[in-house]
Design a protein around this ligand. Sequence first.
Ligand code: 5AD
Ligand code: SF4
Length: 423
Amino acid sequence: MIRHKLLLLGMTETDDFEKADFILFNTCAIRENAENHLYGELGQVKGIALRRKDLFVAISGCVMQEEKPVRYVLNHFPFVSLVFGTNNIDAFYDLLEESIKAHATYVDVRSQPTALVESPEEDTNGRTSRYTAFVDIAYGCDKFCTYCIVPYTRGKERSRKKEDILDEVRFLKEKGYRQVTLLGQNVDSYGKDFGDKYAFADLLEAVAQTGIERIRFTTPYPSDFNDQVFDVMAKYDNVMPSLHLPMQSGSDAVLKRMNRRYTRKEYLDIVHSLRERLPDVYLTTDIIVGFPGETDEDFKQTLSLCEEAHFDGAFTFLFSSRPGTPASRMKDDTPEDVKHERFDRLKDLIDKLSEEKAKTMVNTIQEVLFESVSRKDPSRISGYDRHGKLVHVKGDVSLIGQIRKVRILESHTYSLVGEIVND
Ligand code: 5AD
Ligand code: SF4
C-alpha cells in the first residue's frame, strides 16, 4: 500500500541505498533476527545520512509497534525522520507531511487501528501483481501462543465484513486477477467476533462461488479447523489443493508449554482425515526448534510427527525469544549448538520428504499460473502449480498472468522444471 502511495508521488524504485533519496524499512517482529537485521541496515544507512542531510528515512511495520525498538531507534539512529506502526498506514501522506515539518524523528505508533479497510478500490491500490492478490479477511490474533509477539503487535482478532471481502474479490476478478489468497492469523476463526453462525467454510464457499480462478488461504489453526472446510475444498475446483497447517512441535509437553490448544494426536487426526478426503492436497507446516526446555525426546517426537504426516514442505524456525512473551521467561538450558544440530536434522528430513513428493510429480501435467521472469535467466519464467509448488519453464514475459499446462521434467527440493504443453 505504501509502495503504491510513494509511486503516486512520482518516486521511482532503487535497491541501492546510495542512490536513494527516500528509504523505507518495513519490519517484521516475529523473530529477533529481523530486528537485528534492521539495526544492521540502519547502521549502513547512517554513513550516508551523515553525508546527505536531505535523505529521508522512514520505518514502519510490527517491530515499531513495540516500545523498546522504537526507543532503540531514537537513541541510536537520530537521522530517522519518521517512525509509524501498522495501524495508521492509511494516514501515510499526513504522517509524511508532519515528519517533514518536524525537527526530530516524528513518531506516530497506535495500539488500535484507525479503521479497517472497507473500500475495495482503496485496498487494491497497493498490489504489486496484476494477477494474484492477498485479501485480508481478519486482523490480529487472540491465541497467545507463549512464544509469539503477534497478539501484542497486531491486537485482538477482528474479522472483516463478508460483504466487503466478497466485493473485493469480485472487483479483483473484474480487473483480471486470477488468484486470491485469503489472509488472517487464524482464518478458521473467521467471524467468531460477529457472534453469528457464519464461519470460515461459509466464507470460503462464497468466495469460490464468485468464480475467481484460484483461491488459497492462510493460516488455519489446527484445533479450530473443521471438516466443513474440507467439504468446500473438495466441492470447488477453484479452491486450490494445498493446506498450510502450522504444527510447531510434535511433543505434547512442548505444545502445552507453547499454549497450542491441540495434542499431537489431534493434529495427526486432522492430517489423516485430510489425506483421506483430499488425497491430492499438498500439506505444509511451520515448526519451531529449540523451544525452552525442549528435550531430545521432545525433538524426536517432532521428527516422527513429520514422518507420519509426510509433509510436502515446511518452514522451520529456531526459537527466538521475544521480549514480553511468556516463553521469554521460561527456563532454557539447551545449549545453542544442540539447537542448531536439531535444526539441521529437521531441515534434512523436511528436504527429504519434499524431494520424495516432488519426484512423484515428474512426467505429470500440472497447471501453472505464471508470475515472474527469472532474475538470473531472463529466458525462464516461473509460476505456481495448483498445489503451490514453484515451477520454472523456458518462456517469455508474454506468459505472465496466464495459466498453462506444463509437463514436469525435473524435480528439485524447492522447485520443479517443466515445459509448456500446447493444448
Ligand atoms: N520464534 C521462532 N519462530 C516463531 N514463529 C512465531 N514466533 C516465533 C518465535 N518467537 C514462527 C511460527 C509461526 C511462524 C509464522 O513463525 O512457527 O507459525
Ligand atoms: Fe502467533 Fe499464530 Fe499463535 Fe496467533 S496463532 S499467537 S499469530 S503463532
